[in-house]
Design a protein around this ligand. Structure first.
Ligand code: NDP
Length: 309
């Protein structure tokens, strides 16, 4: 029997208790998941940052910590974490992100705002170009970025993507390195940020890189707030160089009331809800990783601490 400490916040236990028990049974793992387990007896820790649990030294025997979140920069910043860390890859999380990204790309592609609010009853609009004539650039071609790239390519958008290591995705132009970044930024009609926040990606979109974007570009950021220099973004929005920014993630969350993003006409704020981990599908990964670790097989989606994701 393995002891699994659920240290992801009491409110989440209600959502996870049943799917987790069922997934562990399906995986053939004899395990006791509980939020009330003595941390000193935990073999595994299921985790999302929360004020109730911040000290991993309380779990000296834990073989792994399993994040319920895909983005792990906050957990990696916790110096008490010495155990191997896995991150969340969940089909439900991926589907949700594809829906958010495709929805917001289509909003601007089709000029939907002009019809949703049309107080002067304007009748004559130029038709939008076809998707085949619009280029979407995605920074980050991991689990989420590559799924969004495939979905947009299936709609005929011209899709380009940027990653650290070389990638091959049918119908998507994949680039790497500083030159690749320059090329991709220079030709984006819509730019989507789906990078993790690491020392290498912090402030990636600053005044210098924003200057490479074509005038009138649309920016979508469901990645992390720290990828963008906020001051530089406000300057680019005021100058009309960036036509609109739809931001889901911020340096400080919830976004403070007085923050200029709330009232800027060129900004849409969505409250970090682009996509959520779904307990049903996420529990399968957790159960599979416990099964693997108990069988001395490599766990899936281990975080590379050096790379920071
Ligand atoms: P992955 O780790 O699967 O993918 C990350 C991608 O970014 C990879 O393609 C990676 O390249 C690339 N990358 C990392 N560092 C660099 C770099 N220095 N230069 C170029 N490319 C780089 O992550 P996911 O796709 O699962 O998630 C991406 C992010 O989305 C998460 O880290 C999180 O911050 C955010 N997120 C936001 C949510 C929301 O609701 N707003 C929900 C879930 C996640 P390579 O392929 O070569 O490794």
């Amino acid at each position: 029997m393995v002891n699994v400490l659920f240290a992801a916040g009491g409110h989440r236990w209600r959502q996870y208790e049943r799917p987790l028990r069922e997934a562990l049974a399906r995986a053939g793992v004899k395990a006791k998941p509980s939020p009330d387990l003595d941390p000193g007896a935990a073999d595994y820790v299921i985790y999302a940052p929360n004020p109730e649990f911040r000290d991993f030294r309380r779990c000296p025997h834990a073989k792994a910590v399993m994040s319920l979140w895909a983005g792990v920069e906050e957990i990696l910043a916790n110096s008490t974490l010495t155990q191997p860390l896995t991150r969340m890859v969940d089909s439900g999380l991926t589907e949700g992100m594809v829906e958010w990204v495709v929805g917001h790309v289509l909003r601007h592609h089709l000029g939907m705002d002009s019809h949703i609010v049309n107080p002067d009853h304007i009748w004559n609009f130029d038709p939008p170009p076809l998707a085949r004539d619009r280029r979407v650039a995605i920074l980050g071609l991991g689990e989420l970025g590559s799924a969004c790239a495939r979905a947009l390519a299936a709609l005929n958008f011209g899709v380009m993507g940027w990653s650290r290591r070389p990638k091959r995705i049918d119908g998507v132009t994949c680039l790497q390195g500083r030159d690749g970044l320059k090329r991709i930024l220079a030709s984006a009609d819509t730019l989507v940020l789906l990078l993790p926040l690491t020392p290498a990606t912090q402030n990636l979109l600053d005044a210098r890189t924003m200057a490479l974007l074509p005038d009138g570009v649309i920016l979508l950021n469901p990645g992390r707030g720290g990828l963008i220099d906020d001051e530089a973004l406000l300057v680019a929005l005021d100058a009309g160089r960036i036509a609109h920014a739809t931001l889901d993630v911020f340096r400080e969350e919830p976004l403070p009331n007085g923050h200029p993003f709330w009232k800027h006409p060129g900004v849409t704020v969505t409250p970090h809800q682009a996509s959520e981990t779904r307990p049903g599908s996420a529990s399968d990964l957790i159960a599979e990783n416990i099964r693997r670790c108990e069988a001395n097989e490599p766990m899936l989606h281990l975080v590379d601490r050096k790379a920071g994701y």
